[in-house]
Design a protein around this ligand. Structure first.
Ligand SMILES: CCC1=C(C)/C(=C/C2=NC(=C\c3[nH]c(/C=C4\NC(=O)[C@H](C)[C@H]4CC)c(C)c3CCC(=O)O)/C(CCC(=O)O)=C2C)NC1=O
Length: 169
């Protein structure tokens, strides 16, 4: 598992180089955004269950066929599995936000996920929509906690949707 600093060190060590201007700039930007990252994690933690629940309600309002007979969230077991997945996405996205790096998502969440979803018939498009709804709710929550620029919150959620949507080669 890597964060912004360890991943930079790894890249420079492989090349046997000291930190150059680019490295220093990226270190600066990571440390300057540190307080906002921690504030975001605190804001998410203060209402994680609420965020997941709200995202689920919004998703099923937009795509009601998911909870009708034949839909992938039909039956309470699958409904609960879907919300549990959203909770995983939120928790690991929070780790990635603090780390300033999406490596934790690759290692702990995304590895083999598409294959699992495909074999169970979990639809990717609606899952991606769910993650994007979650992102928007998180950004509102983080903004109302006083973080002025919430653009950095996009990264882990967009990373999840990008990796999930990627076509098979
Ligand atoms: C921490 C990393 C991690 C992830 C990400 C994870 C995902 C994950 N989601 C699963 C199932 C599932 N995932 C969903 C999700 C959905 N269905 C929908 O209609 C919606 C579009 C969507 C929610 C947004 C559903 C319904 C199932 C159960 C499918 C089934 O058993 O038929 C399964 C199969 C095993 C199980 O049911 O628990 C896994 C492994 N597990 C992990 O350990």
């Amino acid at each position: 598992m890597r964060d912004a600093v360890t991943s930079l060190i790894k890249n420079y060590d492989v090349a046997g180089r000291y930190f150059d201007r680019n490295a220093i700039d990226s270190l600066k930007s990571y440390f300057e955004s540190g307080t906002a990252r921690v504030q975001a994690a605190a804001a998410i933690n203060s209402n994680a269950a609420g965020l997941v629940k709200q995202a689920g309600l919004k998703l099923y309002e937009e795509l009601p066929e998911l909870i009708r007979p034949g839909g992938n969230s039909y039956t309470t077991r699958r409904y609960a599995a879907c919300l549990r997945d959203m909770d995983y996405y939120l928790r690991y996205a929070t780790y990635a936000l603090v780390a300033g790096n999406t490596n934790v998502l690759d290692e702990r969440v995304l590895q083999g996920l598409r294959e699992t979803y495909n074999s169970l018939g979990v639809p990717i498009g609606p899952t991606v929509r769910g993650v994007q709804i979650l992102k928007d709710l998180v950004k509102e929550q983080v903004a109302s906690a006083g973080v002025a620029n919430t653009a950095f919150v996009d990264e882990p959620f967009d990373h999840i949707t990008r990796e999930l949507s990627e076509k098979d080669i």
